[in-house]
Design a protein. Sequence first.
Length: 275
Amino acid sequence: MKYDVEFISFRGSIYSSYLKRKVRFRWVAPPQYGEDRKAFPILLMNDGQDFAPLGLEKTLSASFCSRAVKPFVYIGIETNVHRIQEYGTAGSADYKGRGKKAGAYSQFIIEEFVPFLKETFNISERSEDWVFCGMSLGGLSAFDIVINHAGIFGKAGVFSGSFWWRKAPYVPSDKEDRSRIILDAIGESAYTNHLKFWFQCGTEDETADRNRNGIIDSIDDTLDVIGELKKKGYRQPEDIAYLEVAGGRHDLPTWAGAFPEFIRWAFSKAQNITS
């Protein structure tokens, strides 16, 4: 009797000497993974424990069947109670001491997890084929790792990113608000012509408007990040995509709704990933 395989999936774990714990992950690949000798592009995602709430089984199945999307391997990296310390910006914790282990998490990704994946699975060695995404604080983490390791990654996807992460409390008189850590991280990073960025915000991500300019902080922070990237030489829309979801909230259903569009952007067959 014939049957169809929609995807291949398993869960596993790897011990990290940097994080001093086992890190669980979920691996999902299209049905042709075992038959196609060609190395697959890869999507890493922070907060992999949200696989089910994000409806990614359905989203990935549909993507694997789409003729418009390149076959790719998805790997969701699960976090735990240490999330607030392991996610953030590797160069500095925030002014409240959150993100103290973000440097160790970055080392885990770059020095342990990526080599493990390349040694174990049929995935591409090309940085242009490596995409890293995340939601909220996980989005900040993914973005920070990508801009600091362009030799490994080609694209970053950020859903409602926590770009408010700061080294000092907000001061209303500080018009440029340079205490947001990620702005200096972008400024100190090297421009790399193959890097691409995708950002999503919801118009109802929050109600806070600290500078009282009529734009909620989530959108304001994301637009400032885009502006900083443009200063480095990245172009919009060639290198930078921005999706603003009307009525979108800072929650899993909103991000789930945006995920198919993100996948189409990241793995579209219509254009080469390096274009």
